[in-house]
Design a protein around this ligand. Structure first.
Ligand code: PLP
Length: 390
């Protein structure tokens, strides 16, 4: 049995229960206070670093509004995301176009609206940047291969080898752009802090060699995201990440530290949300089967996509949980007519034996990569709704 008080205060849990009692399921309840706490906590641990919130983690307008008001910067991946942010009182200097995969006309659109900071990892994209965002600051994303310790790796698809990063930064200068820095993403929900060490070592090498051989002085490192939210698998506290990373930075760069940008998504919003699902049906596949199948009113297509490969294991609390109550292993699945819509089968959650249809399951730490990762209406199920805890 999961104790919700391992994940939030007693007061927050009871406030949530009272607020959500009569809400239609499935839904997500967001606690904006915890996002504010997370932001201020991260800011205190990295006082010199602008925080670029990775909007894709949760683009809920109230979240963007809150973070804009706190002075956050934003990591943006598309034109609609940009429009949303520029509708707030946020100036384009607080925006980074962090997607390395972009159309030329999207680059032009960002440039026209005043954005001057762009990520890249390829020659073709760099040439488009030179043509449609002339004179802008560019940073090159490094390929990260050791992402097995991340629960949601972002490897392979993004970034380039350091040798190529070197060439791209030289080319950026030659094309009239400003070669500004290096970025990396060590993988989302990265539980191995040492991954930042490896990435920073490669980065240090690029800073030195570009300065010595090409007289290019980079000024910035964008450390991406990767800081964890609290799921079932234990991980270090954020202050341990910060202490280690500061140590790597001073080992590698000494007194002359470049500007460090952070791009958190999951660690800012993950623990702010609770997803509520209702049990639709409980069944067994044969008369003597040991495991029950628990079918919910939401699943992979409607908020719980990160259960893919059982990658993210949410802490699950049921409305029947009782200390000392009898529990048994279950398989948990969603409501759609697709057999991919099984959430957990290998990893065995234990739920009360007296669980019935109509009871509720609470997926804790469901504030990141849930609501906006839902399908438009697969099998007719509408996208999951978000409510703000009040
Ligand atoms: C998704 C993403 C992030 C956020 O990563 P988290 O692990 O959720 O903190 C940061 N930077 C980029 C470029 C991303 O694509």
């Amino acid at each position: 049995m999961i104790n919700p008080m391992d994940y939030m205060s007693d007061a927050d849990w009871h406030r949530f229960l009272a607020f959500s009692q009569n809400l239609e399921t499935p839904c997500i309840v967001l606690n904006l206070d915890s996002i504010k706490t997370n932001y201020l906590n991260l800011k205190a641990l990295f006082p010199a670093s602008p925080i670029y919130y990775a909007v894709k983690a949760n683009p809920e307008p109230a979240v963007l509004n809150l973070l804009a008001g706190l002075g956050s910067h934003f990591d943006i991946a598309s034109r609609p995301e940009l429009d949303r942010i520029l509708d707030l009182p946020v100036s384009p200097e607080r925006i980074s176009y962090g997607n390395t995969i972009k159309k030329a006309k999207d680059i032009a659109y960002f440039y026209e609206r005043g954005v001057r900071l762009f990520a890249t990892d390829s020659k073709d994209d760099l040439k488009n940047l030179a043509a449609f965002a002339p004179g802008s600051q560019v940073y090159v994303r490094l390929l990260m291969e050791n992402s097995i310790t991340a629960d949601w790796p972002l490897s392979r698809k993004f970034g380039c080898h350091p040798d190529m990063a070197y060439d791209l930064l030289v080319l950026a200068r030659d094309l009239g752009l400003v070669p500004y820095g290096i970025s990396f993403h060590v993988g989302s929900q990265q539980r191995d802090i040492g991954q930042w060490d490896d990435a920073l070592t490669k980065t240090r090498y690029l800073f030195s060699s570009l300065e010595e051989e090409e007289n290019i002085r980079l000024g910035m490192i964008n450390m991406g995201g990767g800081f964890p939210a609290a799921y079932i698998q234990p991980c270090h506290e954020l202050n341990e990440y910060a202490a280690e990373i500061h140590r790597y930075l001073s080992d590698d760069f000494g007194e002359e530290q470049p500007l460090i940008l952070l791009e958190p998504g999951r660690s800012l919003v993950g623990n702010s949300g609770i997803l509520i699902a209702e049990v639709v049906l409980i069944s067994r596949k044969n008369n003597t089967a040991l495991n029950r199948w628990i079918y919910l009113d939401t699943g992979k297509f409607n908020g719980l996509i990160e259960t893919m490969d059982e990658s993210i294991k949410y802490p699950i609390v049921s409305s029947k949980d009782l200390p000392g109550g009898k529990e048994a292993e279950v398989i948990i699945a969603g409501p759609t007519c697709d057999s991919m819509d099984i959430l957990y089968e290998n990893y065995k959650y234990r739920l009360p034996v007296d669980l019935k249809s109509g009871d509720r399951l609470y997926f804790l730490s469901a504030g990141a990569y849930t609501a906006s990762y839902a399908s438009v209406g697969f099998n007719g199920f509408p996208p999951i709704r978000t409510y703000l805890l009040s």
